[in-house]
Write a protein that binds this ligand. Sequence first.
Ligand code: ZN
Length: 242
Amino acid sequence: MKYAIISDIHSNLESLEEVLREIDERGAERVVCLGDIVGYNANPNECIELVRERNIACIMGNHDAAASSLESLDYFNYAARSALIWTNRQLRERNRRFLAGLPEQKMIDSDFLMVHGSPLDRDTYLLSHYEALGQFPYLEERGVNSCFFGHSHRPVLYSYDSEVVGEGLECHQLKKETYYLINPGSVGQPRDGDPRASFLLFDSDTFQIEVIRLDYDVNKTAKKVFAAGLDPILGERLYLGI
Ligand code: ZN
């Protein structure tokens, strides 16, 4: 099965549409999303509705949880928090219910596990190989070889023995006998210094992954952020990929 794995859309409709177009062109059979459909940018309803229309299997990110319930906002910085309050006001009731009902984790067939922050906790950032190492015993216990995670907005692959970023990750052959934690990067707010949208393809038969970066209309998204009265820093960071 050829999967497309996307994450951290964050209400960025232009990048989501561009990514879905590319996914269709590449013939992926199934699309899954690792959470944070909303937050930061200006098209929460449109992004949720597109995800639902496309039947994309999705789990709950911390922004999805906070935007739908307005609980635990203390953990967010000022710009993120004000965008969550704005998002909560914009959400159509059926979309709010959809976000609130998302599962925390999801196993896709027996091929891989989807989590948002880390296998042990939705809100924990995995930002180094060292931090990833503490998670592998849990995967081993559950017999899960491949786990995809989001939250940090940076494409990266961790295995027991290595960390791979950048060029090595464009196309990477996985080994069946080891354990992996893999981040596809962010569709709607990349943070690795590259402003292009990021996602990945995973072929569960050949065990290959490919990380794809795509240009989209950053100007259009940023202008919507400014026009909505969201913190301008949220529009400006899109140009820089930070
Ligand atoms: Zn996020």
